[in-house]
Write a protein that binds this ligand. Structure first.
Ligand code: ATP
Length: 588
């Protein structure tokens, strides 16, 4: 398939934000795509080459791409950087540069999707000292044969800056229309996606086997299942209203969620965002096979740092010491954990997603043997507000965040946030009602003790409608020296020459970052703001919302994507909730 078909399609998609139009362009693209490469087209549309959980990253930095453009165009890197600064997009800059060049040269051959995909794959696999040179050669050889438009999209894919605004749901709509004639069948595709986390595989299945194939889609070991998420409740009273007369309450442990896939002695661990995190937990990998009485199983657990002497649970940030590149073995002994199991999704060839909670819990207790390292999450069946309160106290006293409340007769809803599971956190009962997970978009250099590091960070919430990150506050408190060092290190990899086009902020910053890192903050209140962009124009014209007295809680949410950060919708709900509390208090 000619790469130009994909590039033209991407070009049309980039120029619209209307979902219907986007879907239509996608349908046309799928109709022009041969069956055997549909999965590759779907990955490329998402700016990837394989599903996230395989961890194959292109790893091409802007600098390298600039060098490759220079090699293939004969134009100096300085000039290319200038062009880039003007347009703010390297893909676009390359188009302009290469347009000048094509006036004097002839294209040798058409590039195909197959060739692009294979080359990208090779680039991703390159390691070692000569890898940068090799990457540059591969990129410039593609650029040599590309038209300016193709070059632009090649670079966007390589740099991860393709911004089509096509959510997974839109891709599924288009697949359903292209291969089954109607959008109505999206639900079936969603199910397949939720149990495989692999949209390419879903596309390939519907293209080759039709709806029948999708309906027979099954869980496959070592393909992570998209996790079920919980809605929040603010009080014990509200939990009774929502859950009914009898339900399960479990401790909400403050650790990292791990999906544990076991096949005999082979164990693979996935995070909440479906990244393979096995390397951080060699102790889980080693101990699980003997604790599980089943050949093949998929379990869910929370890994929690503990105080080895007292067995007490320690806060989430203790676990972060394990997120290091080297000397993991040392971190494992320095920061011991327990693995606390709360669900079973698959056992010996059979899916348990449709089984009710109680059935799954019984099976879990039967097949997972407890010892010093392996535990079942504490659970009790509650029938009254008093019982919820009592269990909540116990949970907080053992170092947990609160409770997870679960309906006993309901299945596991992979990939969705619904009200079969609710979370009741202690902090929800304070004034603002919740902490926020925000994206670090910029920073200001520190002074005094903070010289040489970032003293203040500029944070953004996520605007789902426009797929942008809207500035909401600056934060400079809550940082210990250790956090300042850690954040400086993580963020220096994310610095960009120009502000990323998905960032919506009028603030000046000393440095801008790729919107990727999510951190947790608390604040005293949410106020109207003339300068920040979160929920702009919603409460009042030309006015956004901002956090007052924000403070970093110490949690770097490495398990979250930027798109999982608090949304403007959530910020608005918190803002309205806080006004209601103030109003109720004034009536007291
Ligand atoms: P949060 O910021 O509260 O962690 P989240 O968006 O990461 O929210 P939620 O589904 O809203 O995810 O909250 C559930 C999270 O709580 C799970 O992802 C898991 O890591 C953790 N957790 C702790 N204990 C339990 C439990 N008993 N059952 C399910 N999840 C639990």
């Amino acid at each position: 398939m000619k790469f130009s078909i994909l590039a033209e399609s991407l070009n049309k998609m980039e120029s619209t934000t209307k979902r219907l139009e986007l879907t239509q362009y996608l349908v046309e693209l799928f109709e022009n795509t041969p069956q055997d490469i549909i999965s590759r087209i779907v990955y490329l549309l998402q700016g990837k080459i394989r599903p996230d959980f395989e961890g194959i990253e292109l790893g091409v930095a802007e600098k390298l791409a600039i060098k490759a453009i220079s090699k293939s165009s004969g134009i100096t890197t300085k000039k290319i950087e200038e062009e880039y600064r003007k347009s703010g997009d390297l893909g676009q800059a390359a188009t302009i540069i290469l347009e000048q060049k094509t006036q004097t040269t002839f294209l040798v051959e058409n590039i195909t999707v197959e060739r692009v995909y294979e080359t990208l794959f090779k680039i991703a696999r390159l390691e070692g000292s000569r890898s940068q040179d090799m990457k540059m050669k591969y990129i410039s050889s593609l650029l040599n044969d590309a038209t300016p438009l193709e070059a632009s999209y090649l670079l966007k894919i390589l740099l991860g800056t393709l911004r089509l605004g096509v959510a997974e749901n839109t891709v599924m709509d288009a697949l359903a229309i292209a291969y089954s004639g109607t959008k109505e069948n999206r639900k079936a595709l969603e199910h397949a996606y939720n149990v495989s986390s692999d949209l390419g595989k879903v596309a390939e299945t519907i293209a080759s086997k039709g709806l029948k194939g999708i309906e027979q889609f099954e869980i496959v070991l070592f393909n992570p299942i998209r996790p079920m998420l919980a809605d929040r409740v603010k009080s014990e009273e509200e939990s009774i209203e929502k859950m009914g007369i009898e339900f399960a309450a479990e401790y909400k442990l403050d650790g990292e969620r791990v999906q544990v896939h076991v096949d005999g002695k082979k164990v693979v661990l996935f995070s909440r965002s479906l990244e393979n995190i096995s390397k951080y937990y060699p102790d889980i990998i080693e101990n699980i096979p003997q604790a599980v009485e089943a050949d093949q199983v998929i379990l869910e657990a929370e890994a929690v740092a503990i105080n080895e002497n007292s067995g007490e649970f320690l806060p989430f940030q203790e676990l972060m010491h394990r997120r290091r590149k080297y000397k993991i073995e040392k971190a494992v002994t320095q920061y011991p954990i327990t693995v606390n199991f709360f669900d079973v999704l698959y056992c010996n060839g059979k899916s348990y997603l449709d089984k009710d909670y109680i059935g799954r819990r019984r099976l879990l207790e039967k097949i997972v043997k407890e010892d010093n390292f392996v535990k079942h999450v504490p659970m009790t069946i509650v029938k009254s507000q008093n019982e919820v309160e009592d269990f909540l106290e116990n949970s907080i006293n053992s170092g947990c965040e609160g409770l997870m409340l679960k309906m006993t007769d309901k299945p596991y809803q992979a990939g969705s946030r619904g009200n079969y599971w609710l979370k009741l956190k202690r902090e929800y009962r304070n004034e603002l009602g919740d902490s926020l997970d925000l994206v670090v978009i910029g920073a200001y250099f520190g002074k005094g003790r903070r010289t040489g590091r970032y003293g203040t960070l500029l944070l953004a919430s996520y605007d789902e409608d426009t797929d942008t990150f809207t500035s909401i506050c600056k934060v400079g408190t809550g940082f210990t020296d250790e956090y300042l060092d850690q954040l400086y290190q993580i963020l220096s990899d994310k610095v960009t020459i120009k502000k990323n086009p998905r960032i919506n902020s009028e603030m000046e910053a000393n440095v801008w970052f790729e919107p990727e890192l999510v951190i947790e903050v608390v604040a005293s209140e949410i106020t109207l703001s003339p300068i920040h962009k979160a929920a702009r124009d919603v409460m009042r014209k030309d006015t956004g919302l901002a956090l007052r007295f924000p403070k970093f809680t110490g949690k770097i949410r490495v398990e979250k994507f930027a798109e999982d950060a608090s949304t403007n919708e959530e910020v608005i709900t918190l803002y309205k909730g806080q006004k209601k509390i103030a109003h109720d208090k004034s009536l007291m």
